[in-house]
Design a protein. Structure first.
Length: 477
């Protein structure tokens, strides 16, 4: 995930420019927190919009996207003797993204009818190539010995058996992420309070999950929310030693290319709290923890909490960019792992859509960012207590909201490459495109052929098309 010094310094300059339009402050704190005045809220919203619409900030974001999400593509057409063929018409189309755009899929197959389940799956697969799978211990083993990994086990709302996701992911080309292996919450009541006894059961849990899913699920939240872990958790210590222990236990059980992540709550996106997160990870890495990804949540579970965020200095793009710059010092990929932006309240869907567009553009521009995951796709599918926020991209009837359409516009239009042109006198065609999987259709005279190729951010993409004879071509036009 490393970038050149020139690129890094350009990004630093961009976030400093953005930071100049904001200032430091405590997360969500404002003198207007208790005000319910619609006029005041409108004024705060307008101030928020001014910060995000500033031309300097938007130029920085666009430059970041252009620099870090695209790659040079060179297509060359030659004949059987290796001689270049000029004037070949090429139609280049990106089919999928390298970047991971995701959502949790916690209600897969649980919406009450085949028609609703199919609509949910279609809406999911249309936008996303990344899905979070529930591995909460209370769901995978609600009573001791009742392992709920396979189809046929009893259904629990928002906790489908993980086996269900494997054929579904293969069908749609979706990368899966398991969440979480260790967390102080959503654990079964039967677990012991003794730390050593609990560690023994964790080891058993790790082995069972790895034996079943290693190599199939390639991304895992190993430890969730350790910096806000309560003292009541049996493994709690002031130094959070259990985090290092968990990574040491888990890493040998999975292939080395598995992305093992640490994940933390919303407040650690911005200074000064982000410094504590960076220092924790730095210490863990020095101690040998196989952390391969850094996760950050971004939740607002009520309209009131969203309004406090809008009114606070933490909604300034400069503060977000500063936080990600601090974490980038660690040299690991970043992931926004859980996002809830409410649509409840006056003008709620309009406000949700605009905030979604702002945030996704900023996150997509950050050099080490590797994935962005929305939380609940549809209203009414959140955990109890969070549905009031109406934080889905779909309504309860599964109709898309404006925020869904904004993401559709970004992912499938603004951030997808389509181009046409002809090879030059050297048989070559140059373009710059977003990273992902591509097809190219080459047309020469009344024959044509189709090839596929991959564009990665790590190196320029080069494709040589050998045009031997019409037998290789897809047919006459």
């Amino acid at each position: 995930m490393a970038s050149s010094k020139k690129s890094t310094w350009r990004w630093v300059a961009c976030f400093l420019v953005a930071l100049a339009f904001g200032s430091f402050g405590n997360f969500g704190h404002t003198a207007a927190d208790d005000s319910k005045s619609p006029l005041l809220l409108d004024q705060l919203w307008q101030k928020y919009r001014v910060r995000w619409q500033d031309p300097e900030i938007n130029n920085c974001i666009e430059e970041g996207i252009e620099k870090h999400r695209k790659q040079e593509i060179v297509i060359k057409v030659v004949d059987a003797e290796g001689k270049p063929i000029p004037e070949v018409h090429l139609e280049v189309a990106q089919k999928s993204h390298e970047f991971l755009f995701g959502c949790n899929a916690f209600v897969l197959g649980q919406l009450g009818s085949q028609e609703r389940n199919e609509r949910y799956e279609a809406a999911f697969a249309h936008l996303f190539n990344f899905a979070t799978v529930p591995f909460y211990w209370a769901g995978t083993e609600p009573t001791q010995g009742e392992l709920r990994y396979a189809e046929g086990c009893r259904e629990i709302w928002r906790r489908p058996p993980p086996d269900r996701y494997l054929p579904w992911a293969e069908k749609y080309g979706i990368t899966l992420k398991g969440h979480p292996l260790v967390w102080h919450a959503h654990n079964p009541q039967w677990l012991p309070k003794d730390p050593e006894a609990l560690k023994a059961l964790y080891r058993k849990r790790f082995r069972e999950i790895a034996e079943r899913y290693a190599g199939k699920i390639k991304v895992w939240d190993v430890v969730n929310e350790s910096l806000v872990c309560p003292r009541t958790f049996p493994l709690f210590t002031e130094d959070r030693e259990y985090v290092l222990w968990a990574f040491q236990e888990v890493a040998p059980l999975f292939p080395p290319d598995t992305v093992l992540m640490i994940n933390e709550v919303t407040q650690f996106n911005t200074p000064p709290q982000v410094l504590r997160y960076r220092d924790q990870i730095r210490h863990l890495l020095a101690a040998g923890a196989a952390i391969r990804g850094i996760g950050l949540q971004f939740h607002f579970f009520s309209r009131q909490s969203l309004e406090r965020y809008i009114a606070s200095e933490n909604s300034d793009p400069g503060r977000l960019l500063q936080g990600y710059q601090i974490l980038s010092e660690l040299g690991l990929p970043l992931f926004i792992t859980e996002i809830t932006i409410p649509s409840a309240g006056d003008r709620g869907e309009e406000i949700q859509a605009e905030i979604v567009r702002n945030l996704y553009r900023l996150w997509f521009s950050v050099p080490p960012m590797a994935g962005i995951t929305w939380w609940n796709l549809a209203d009414g599918t959140a955990v109890e207590g969070e549905n009031e926020a109406r934080g889905g991209l779909l309504k309860e009837n599964l109709e898309p909201k404006p925020a869904y359409r904004e993401l559709e516009r970004l992912i499938h239009h603004e951030w997808k490459t389509r181009a046409e042109g002809k090879t030059d006198h050297t048989g070559t065609y140059h373009l710059r495109g977003f990273c992902g999987e591509y097809t190219v259709r080459a047309v020469r005279g009344n024959t044509s052929l189709v090839r596929t190729f991959t564009v990665s951010r790590h190196a320029p993409a080069k494709l040589e098309i050998l045009w031997e004879n019409s037998a290789q071509c897809e047919g006459k036009d």
